[in-house]
Design a protein. Structure first.
Length: 317
């Protein structure tokens, strides 16, 4: 049985603990005032060293469970990569679409290590980006609106469109039917993206099953809960028949439908061309997201748990 000697003979070690604690503890107030993570670490470290010194001097160590004491003193396993290298791995995984085994070979680590690094950083960036408010005010929209919108569609608040990414076909027939997209003829995940007239992404939804309709994804996600103002308008494609879902005072700009006639009137042709020339900005914004080559391949089912986080991170970075 392991015996633990609680006697303290090394007074120099105790003195070192106490000095380190008294130096780092005063940084507590600065850490709280500035919100700096480094200063917060200094407070935690200083508190630990002071507690170590007091417990060693007064013989209080025997009163604590051994597991609690070891939590103060253990260092943990050393990380094989620096944070900047881990971040570079994540960017290579997203932007270039490198496989995890290839990244493991490049950085001389194991494939499970690369997987843990990617998942950890993706979740970290997802929660950090989640605190950013990307929905601009009406004043910002008007200040950044291009001249092409101001003439006829100056009330436009957001331009919306859906996009799909392919995913692996599941073995369940029911789930396969929910994921199958008649547009892509493949199992997909579908998301809603919105941009301002100036081209900045102002709304992004999570990814849903590919069989969901454009109207259904608008109803299910929080676009309708955003703070619209009176006389605002939403520009969308023909599939977004959501005029009855929009808040009171908000209108919908869609390309005209052909209806039962054989030929579209000339004024409807002109309106279709005008809206199409303005909606090209949402296509460009979606293409910027699709330029992350991780979406070039079929998303495997074991990555479904982090696919929403990757989707959001690709929009922000």
């Amino acid at each position: 049985m392991e015996t633990v000697n609680y006697s303290v003979d090394n007074s120099q070690l105790i003195h070192t603990y106490f000095i380190l604690g008294t130096i780092l503890l005063p940084l507590l107030q600065l850490g709280c005032f500035w919100g700096c993570e480094q200063l917060s670490w200094a407070w935690q470290t200083g508190r630990k060293y002071c507690l170590l010194a007091v417990c060693k001097c007064w013989g209080l160590r025997r009163l604590w469970p051994r597991s609690v004491w070891r939590n103060f003193t253990k260092k943990g396993r050393a990380r094989s990569l620096r944070p900047v290298e881990e971040f570079f791995i994540v960017m290579c995984r997203l932007r270039q679409g490198f496989q995890e085994d290839h990244l493991a070979h490049l950085f001389n680590v194991s494939t499970p290590t690369v997987s843990r690094i990617v998942i950890t950083w993706i979740n970290f960036m997802y929660f950090k980006f989640g605190h950013i408010n990307i929905w601009p005010s009406r004043e910002v929209i008007d200040r950044t609106m291009p001249e092409a919108f101001k003439n006829k569609y100056g009330s436009t608040r957001v331009i919306i469109d859906c996009t799909e990414v392919r995913c692996q076909m599941p073995s369940s027939l029911q789930l396969n039917g929910e994921l199958f997209s008649s547009y892509k003829h493949h199992t997909t995940l579908k998301g809603l993206v919105g941009i301002s007239p100036g081209g900045a992404i102002t709304f992004v939804s999570q990814l849903y099953t590919g069989s969901i309709s454009d109207r259904g994804i608008v109803r299910r996600r929080g676009l309708l809960d955003l703070p619209f103002q009176d006389k605002d308008s939403v520009m969308a494609d023909r599939g977004f028949t959501i005029s009855d879902l929009l808040p009171l005072g908000v209108s919908l700009n869609l390309p005209p439908f052909l209806g039962g006639s054989d030929q579209m009137p000339a004024e409807d042709v002109v309106k279709t061309q005008e809206i199409a020339s303005l909606r090209i900005h949402i296509e460009r914004a979606i293409n910027k997201i699709k330029n992350f080559h991780i979406w070039d391949r079929v998303i495997p089912l074991h990555q479904i748990c982090v696919v929403n986080q990757m989707w959001v991170v690709c929009i922000f970075v």
